[in-house]
Design a protein around this ligand. Structure first.
Ligand SMILES: [Zn+2]
Length: 447
């Protein structure tokens, strides 16, 4: 009797200790709300789809949609992101996800997967990027470390979504939303592996596929994938460690399906897509682009981010969270504000007064803009009658040459400073200086 009981106990202990808990994955720090992820992703998707050739074959679309939604059903989708899946007629081996749910799978990824589990692994990995909000997490970090000016494109409306999509002439490749860190890659690997396991797929399939791609990478069709998804260190080791925590493998894990093989054949039999050479494609906007029209004398009202002001009627405004950008057409070059105005909120750390808060803000701007120089470090001024400070800086202009930046700060509460950055190329400053003065005179704080 005693002996039997002992065996039972040891069995129980054994089964408890073999499987450690799976890695808990949570989104990192993020200045965007989940709803903003959805909105931003939608805008960028709209722009992206103008440049992508999508494949519209009923069976293939239905297959990829159904597979994607099955994978989503096992993902911890606590924000209920509205996922959708589309096939891109591009033979490079790639897939990418936009914030809030749009996922694009290149035809080349389907063609090069050996089986359904590998394709499911790629999609699971992309789902991980969305759930863990890596795109906007990256944008949040970029705002903090590269300086707010650098990613102004991310907060502008439609036009800027296009800017994000085409930065550097390479489609989406340089978008801050797709510049994942190696750590983010590992997180997505683990989430993708967990999803595969929970759906009964061979969980090794994802890491295996990425390994296969990495081996073939040199000059290959997979290079694009790795430019957006940098290869994490010890990928396979980390994935295997996760698999060992997940529990026993089903006796016959899902690896393939006739449907997958049929869709793969379908892709392979399609004609070659029309070649789009990124080098010959016109760049989104270059330093030689035509400068924007001069600021109109007539003004229109802007109301948002807790203030009102009037700006030239040929400028457009857009708001994302606490940030507003107001710029003429062509005022944003490669995602950087070259002409116009940015309004945002800065939260200083333990600043005694506006002066200290402004110092912190300027340091932060300079950290992200190493060529920024101070022309005038502090001038007292007023915004809507309240004491304010203005600094004048020089920086490299995205339009070429130098730009003048005027940074104006005013206290909004004991812990928040509202700031305005007015930007124009130094050699074209005269008409903008007038516009900037008129804008700042028109500012009314409070709703
Ligand atoms: Zn990735």
């Amino acid at each position: 009797m005693t002996k039997i009981r002992l065996i039972l106990i040891s069995l129980i202990v054994f089964s408890v200790t073999v499987y450690a808990e799976r890695t808990r994955l949570r989104p990192g720090q993020n200045g965007y709300t989940p709803q903003q992820d959805v909105e931003l992703g939608r805008e960028v998707a709209k722009e992206a789809e103008k440049q992508l050739e999508l494949i519209n074959i009923g069976n293939a679309n239905a297959y990829i949609g159904a597979l994607g939604q099955q994978l989503v059903s096992k993902a911890p989708n606590e924000f209920k992101f509205p996922f959708y899946f589309k096939i891109v007629n591009d033979r490079s081996i790639n897939a990418f996800a936009l914030p809030g749910g749009p996922i694009y799978i290149h035809r080349g990824a389907i063609e090069s997967a050996d089986n359904e589990a590998q394709l499911a692994g790629v999609i699971g990995h992309e789902i991980g990027h969305v759930i863990l909000r890596h795109g906007t997490n990256q944008a949040t970090k970029a705002e903090r470390t590269q300086g707010i000016l650098g990613i102004v494109g991310a907060v502008l409306g439609d036009g800027a979504a296009g800017q994000i999509a085409t930065v550097g002439g390479g489609f989406l490749a340089n978008s801050v939303l797709l510049k994942y860190s190696r750590n983010a890659e590992t997180e997505s690997d683990l989430m993708g592996t967990q999803i595969l396991y929970d759906l009964g797929y061979q969980p090794k399939a994802m890491a295996e596929f990425f390994e296969k791609l990495a081996k073939e990478q040199k000059g290959s069709r997979a290079a694009e994938f790795f430019s957006n998804h940098p290869i994490p260190e010890n990928r396979v080791t980390k994935v295997n460690a996760e698999i060992s925590k997940l529990g026993p493998l089903p006796p016959a894990p899902r690896t393939d399906s006739p449907d997958f093989q049929e869709v793969k054949r379908m892709m392979l039999s399609l004609p070659e897509p029309v070649k789009r050479d990124p080098k010959t494609a016109p760049p989104a906007n270059t330093g030689n682009a035509k400068p924007p029209a001069a600021p109109a004398a007539r003004t229109i009202e802007f109301s948002g981010v807790g203030i009102r002001l009037r700006h030239p009627e040929n400028w457009k405004s857009s708001v994302e969270g606490t940030t507003a950008a107001i710029a003429p057409d062509g005022g944003v070059i490669n995602g950087n504000l070259a002409y116009g105005l940015l309004i945002n909120v800065f939260k200083p750390q333990n600043a005694r007064d506006l002066d200290q808060a402004t110092t912190q803000l300027l340091n932060e701007l300079k950290r992200g803009n190493p060529s920024m120089q101070t022309v005038r470090s502090r001038v007292q001024t007023r915004v809507d009658g309240r004491p304010a400070l203005m600094a004048e800086l020089l920086n490299d202009s995205p339009a070429g040459g130098q730009e003048s930046d005027f940074v104006i700060t005013v206290s909004r509460s004991s812990s928040e400073v509202l700031y305005f950055v007015l930007v124009a190329p130094s050699k074209e400053l005269a008409p903008y200086r007038n516009a900037f003065n008129q804008i700042m005179d028109s500012v009314r704080l409070g709703r």
